[in-house]
Ligand binder design. Structure first.
Ligand code: ASP
Ligand code: MG
Length: 421
């Protein structure tokens, strides 16, 4: 069986959904599970809705909810002709629940992360029902599955961790029996705790959902359908001569997503790599184009072109022992105990006799807390507003690091530069 994932851009309007349905139809003769994201920017719209409710802006919150409703109903009207009313009734169940949650926030003036995740889930619930009903309308046999019943997670809201054994069991029982008989349509991004609370896997997490289903169902392949022609060796908006990398190893793909290739969610690769399931990155605007395949290729089979990646929202932390001691292993251990306890992601490290410099993800909470904890024992200087530029497989004899780079490192043919954002 195959797993397809369609992101928000592919189902951004009625035309998009028709196109997605026509791709699914071409593959519906063999077992297929489809993971879909919220339509267009619905997740951002839901975030905005939650913020308005939290700030007690009742009229604005209800107006935002109305916009979300109209957007979905409008698409349904264009897709279903005489059956639109019936499909709108199915969606209205979710929209009513959403309104009740919003009223609850307005009343209690309380907005825990648990409620954030409940709200965010409606984007995928609305899109998956719409897509499943449309496929059914076209006469394609389908089965809708609620990922909250299958993807079991812990209670780390906003970026929950998957409980694999339970998830595997749920998928085996609830999904595997369907895949031979119907196209299974389900939501990306969402799951549920053992206590029954809805969770999300982190923004852009639907790619990861596709990979979880593929892993648990021993899929033959996963295809992520994007608006770009595949994984490219640079951002084509900034580098017009960027080209598609047609074959990548799992290791290359992991490295690329780590250093900022936003084309695939970083957590997607590992579950596929562990079962040797190939991942295709394909373009929904040109379904026949080959795109990129990520698989267990041998070294001589992969594309190793110079590849430029930029990871934004970085900060540098420069750390020195206060009493002019060496930055030895004991000192380093103190530093890393603090960063790891705060889950501050380190992307680059440089040490000298008396200092340690870390390039970290700039996430407000953990960064501030890390700096203040480090300051108890060290002299610390934090510089936010930076980016980490990485060039993989470059010909270093031709490369000149820009003179304004704040920090430069080389590892074989890979070069890493911290630059102003
Ligand atoms: N809809 C969610 C988001 O926008 C998840 C996804 O699209 O992958 O973050
Ligand atoms: Mg998305």
């Amino acid at each position: 069986m195959k797993v397809f994932k369609f992101g928000g851009a592919s189902v951004k309007d009625a035309e998009g959904i028709r196109n997605v349905a026509s791709i699914i139809r071409q593959y519906a003769h063999s077992p297929l599970l489809v993971v879909v994201s919220a339509m267009d920017k619905t997740t951002n719209a839901l975030e905005e809705l939650a913020n308005l409710a939290t700030c007690s802006q009742k009229a604005e919150a209800l107006a935002q909810l109305e916009r979300i409703r109209r957007f979905h109903y409008g698409i349904v009207e264009q897709l279903f002709a005489d059956q639109a009313g019936e499909v709108q009734v199915s969606l209205s169940v979710y929209l009513t629940e959403l309104e009740q949650i919003v009223q609850g926030i307005l009343l209690l003036r309380d907005f825990p992360d648990r409620v954030y995740d409940r709200i965010m889930a409606y984007g995928e619930l609305l899109s998956s029902v719409t897509l499943q009903r449309y496929l059914q309308y076209l006469g394609i046999a389908t089965q809708w599955i609620d990922s909250r019943n299958t993807i079991a997670t812990d209670a780390q809201y906003k970026s929950a961790n998957v409980l694999w054994a339970q998830t595997q069991e749920n998928i085996r029982q609830q999904v595997a029996p369907w895949v031979r008989h119907a196209v299974v349509v389900t939501q990306g991004f969402i799951g549920r705790t053992a206590e029954g609370h809805t969770t999300t896997l982190g923004r852009e997490g639907s790619d990861f959902t596709a990979s979880i289903y593929a892993h648990c169902l021993d899929a033959e392949a996963v295809s992520i359908w994007k608006d770009v022609p595949g994984v490219m060796n640079a951002d084509p908006k900034k580098f017009p001569d960027a080209v598609i990398l047609s074959r990548l190893s799992y290791e290359q793909a992991v490295e690329m997503t780590f250093y900022g290739a936003s084309v695939i969610h970083p957590k997607t690769i590992k579950p596929l790599r562990n079962k040797q399931i190939p991942l295709h990155v394909k373009c929904f605007l040109d379904a026949q184009a080959p795109g990129t395949t990520i698989s267990a290729f041998a070294e001589h089979e992969v594309d190793r072109l110079p590849t430029t990646l930029v990871k934004k929202q970085q900060a540098l932390i420069h750390i020195r022992p206060q009493d002019f001691s060496f930055m030895d292993e004991k000192m380093m251990r103190r530093v890393f105990n603090i960063t790891s306890s705060l889950a501050l992601q380190i992307n680059l490290i440089q040490s000298t006799a008396i200092s340690l410099t870390l390039c970290v993800d700039h996430k407000d909470g953990p960064l501030k807390e890390a700096v203040s904890k480090l300051e108890e024992n060290f002299s610390v200087q934090a510089t936010p507003g930076l980016a980490l530029k990485t060039i993989l497989n470059c010909d270093i004899t031709k490369l000149h690091a820009p003179t304004d780079a704040i920090l430069v490192q080389r590892d074989g043919g890979n070069i890493f530069m911290v630059i102003a954002a």
